[in-house]
Write a protein that binds this ligand. Structure first.
Ligand SMILES: [Zn+2]
Length: 328
């Protein structure tokens, strides 16, 4: 994803600053706990799924690590009983690179008409162009958090829903080629250079018609002390989904992570799922508008490795998501 639009827009920054100044500081309401039996999220298991992706190395399109990781993701999902559709396509990046892209679409309980869509990107960025050391700019990002964390949480959720069917059917999509976007110093401005896999999918749905009740994107959901603000594209397209997630997190006592205040305006896969596919979708993403870096300081650097991954954060995100899924 990129935050270029926000950096350029001083008025938006001012608005966000003002919103943050009056953020909700209410205490968790333990009495609101759900009565539905909800599976227990294993952060050890999710951590292991992240580690396994990272062990392949950077998952940059057209590399062997990318192909081997795709095989791993497909076989893991099939092992959980999902029906998997492999959407393979050649996509052209902003710089002319032809990418062998692979969207991985897993359906659980495909016979159910009422569905929820969960998604994350599984590729990693070819360049560490936000590294403080310019000599690292051409190194690929390992993507423990930016890539593997969202996928890892969703693999653990896939494992749990395969054991205990929720009321609704669940689709999990791992989008490719999210992070191949134009660097901010690119000579010419390129529109829609990020999120190539989700843009393709939104124009070429794997089944038609396809109209899940709502969608949730996870991106950078594993860092220690991550803060998830109410991302503003999500609020404008899918306010009810944002409310559902942040209210659930509050009732579970996860206010430390899920901050009930306005966040950034972030170009990410959910933009195209909302805009093109018309599925109201919210993004859970680490972006702290009050911090110097916005995203964590590991973001798009050579330091996005397992040292950043916190089981506590994974537990908060995974547990919140399970409660949203099972209380629908
Ligand atoms: Zn990224």
């Amino acid at each position: 994803m990129n935050n270029f639009a926000m950096i350029r827009n001083i008025s938006v920054l001012l608005f966000i600053f003002l919103m943050c100044a009056c953020k909700n500081t209410a205490q968790p309401a333990a009495s609101h706990e759900s009565t539905t039996a909800v599976p227990v999220f294993s952060s050890d298991s999710a951590f292991g799924y992240i580690q396994q992706q990272v062990d392949f190395g950077p998952r940059v399109p057209n590399t062997d690590a990318h192909r081997r990781c795709a095989d791993y993701l497909v076989s893991t999902l099939e092992g959980f009983g999902a029906t998997v559709i492999n959407q393979k396509v050649k996509l052209t990046a902003f710089n002319g690179d032809k990418l062998d892209a692979h969207n991985i679409i897993a359906s659980f309980y495909p016979e159910k008409n009422n569905r929820i869509l969960l998604f994350a990107h599984w590729d990693t960025r070819p360049w560490s162009d936000h590294d403080p050391d310019p000599k690292n700019f051409h190194q690929p990002v390992l993507g423990a958090n930016d890539g593997a964390s969202g996928v890892g949480v969703l693999l653990e959720i896939a494992r749990l829903i395969s054991l205990d069917a929720p009321e609704r059917g669940i689709d999990i999509i791992f989008f490719d080629a999210e992070d191949y976007g134009a660097p901010e110093n690119h000579q010419t401005h390129v529109t829609d250079s990020w999120c190539l896999g989700s843009q393709y999918w939104a124009k070429n749905l794997h089944v038609k018609p396809y109209s899940p009740q709502f969608g949730i994107l996870l991106d950078m959901v594993g860092a220690k002390d991550a803060k998830f603000y109410r991302e503003q594209i999500s609020v404008s397209y899918a306010r009810f989904v944002v409310d559902k997630i942040w209210n659930t997190a509050h009732n579970l006592g996860f206010d430390k992570y899920f901050i009930n205040a306005a966040g950034g305006i972030i170009t990410d896969d959910h933009l195209y799922v909302n805009r093109i596919a018309g599925i109201p979708s919210a993004n859970i993403i680490q972006y702290d508008p009050q911090s110097v870096n916005g995203f964590g300081d590991y973001w798009h650097t050579v330091n996005d490795d397992m040292r950043n991954i916190s089981k506590e954060t994974l537990f908060a995100v995974g547990t919140t998501l399970l409660h949203v899924i099972y209380n629908e």
